[in-house]
Write a protein that binds this ligand. Sequence first.
Ligand code: GDP
Length: 506
Amino acid sequence: MSQSLVVFSSGGQVLYQYNSKISAFNELVYSIANDDVVEHDGHFVSVKVNQKKFYCLRRDKIYGAISFDLVTTIDVDKIRSTLADVLKTFVRLSEEEEFDKLKKLIDYQFAELMQSKHDTPAASTPTSGTATPKKAPKKKMRKWVNGELVDYESDAVLDYLADTNQGDGLREIKVDQSAFVTQDDLVLVNELHDILDEEDDEEVPKSGFFAKLGLFFGTSAATTELSKKFREQLVSKNVHPSTAQAVTDRLETKLPATSSIAKYKEALIEELTKVLTPNVSTDLLFDIKKRGDRPYVISVVGVNGVGKSTNLAKLAYWLLQNNLNVLICACDTFRSGAVEQLKVHVNNLKSLNRSGLKIDLFEKGYGGGDHVVNTAKLAIAYGQEAGFDIVLIDTAGRTHSNAKLMAPLKKFGDAANPDKIIMVGEALVGTDSVEQATNFNNAFGNRRNLDFFIISKVDTVGDLVGTMINMVMATKVPILFMGTGQTYTDIKRLNVKAVVDLLTRE
Ligand code: GDP
């Protein structure tokens, strides 16, 4: 297979190449200037020319492009995220003049992507009459640590159910203690820095959306026209159209009828920052310390599969770091395997816990209706009796649009009366996030709302971080943490500036 990678400047200067022949690069530039280009989003395009596929991603003034044979199929999201990683590596390491490291890392990132290719069956040469299933490649997790891309094997992920049958005890579980920072005797979660791109604020770029806008309108334009363009941009980052509309409506009441692009953008940044900056304290630890002799009860809710139990386990790990004894209560008493899944998390947390603190599971098996409420009440009573500081209650995942499944949440909230109710929502979910957040927020009756969100899987969405704005704007509920991977230390505090930068950057 012929495959190549090239990093080039907006002036056409080739800055880095892997396996690249100049003719292929010329073909690519020619094809990008053509009309047949598929725009996946404002930054990412693809095109097919001469039996080859080209993908190109722009980051400010540099471009990363790869090409490979038409018969080869690679997941588009994977290509996008690899190109983003490549450009990130290129920018960081060329600034630091670490050219050896740069070559090693970029070549590695590209080779990794190529390993995930599938040749389409029509193109592959049959070798014998019997098909041998291909062994799935070992899954790698990738993560940025202090500006370096670190790879580690999938054994570190939290999908631990498979391990329950291993008779020889638990294998080593990896955690990254640099995820935390100690301040005044409290162990705090770090802000999100390494997954989202960090960039200096830029002046209006000379190409692309803003430039086109500038050409159309000169330096200033009707505010309503600017709203329209900026709405399109927000929607392209996964912001729900109605949320984007509400944001730009607010701006129109504040700005004059005509305004410059720069002024509009400044007002937009201010508005989004205001939306995301919580107006209640997210300082859960102080709240926990103020509790009386009853354990502090936190319940986690959300749609199925969003990462409730994983993030509950991450919370438990962080609370243990803060010298708090944690009892985890299995109140997903519907989904088969849910109790066992929590048991695995608790066993892992036990094996990581060297402090002598208590971490345990409270479970009463499976059952419907009142069983959930009874289990929660018994867990809280047991937690108090046994001297636990925290009771963390997992609940069954439910479809937010199914009133019958949502109704028991009110009963549960009334009976367990948790100090905090946290909804886990996926960053991946996009526009449905408005309805999810609203329905869960309304599920506990008139006198009770959600207290926090944990936005999970932020590591999988690149700059499409609109879900955060959608959920917060729909409910005014603040974000406590973001889930950024599958190990127990993969949580981060929201970095409002970084998220607003991503949303407002072209
Ligand atoms: P639940 O059904 O809501 O309890 O979801 P689980 O906790 O079982 O998580 C579902 C899947 O999502 C599992 O494979 C988790 O490892 C994965 N997951 C959870 N949080 C994250 C995250 O922040 N990032 C990534 N990449 N995966 C996550």
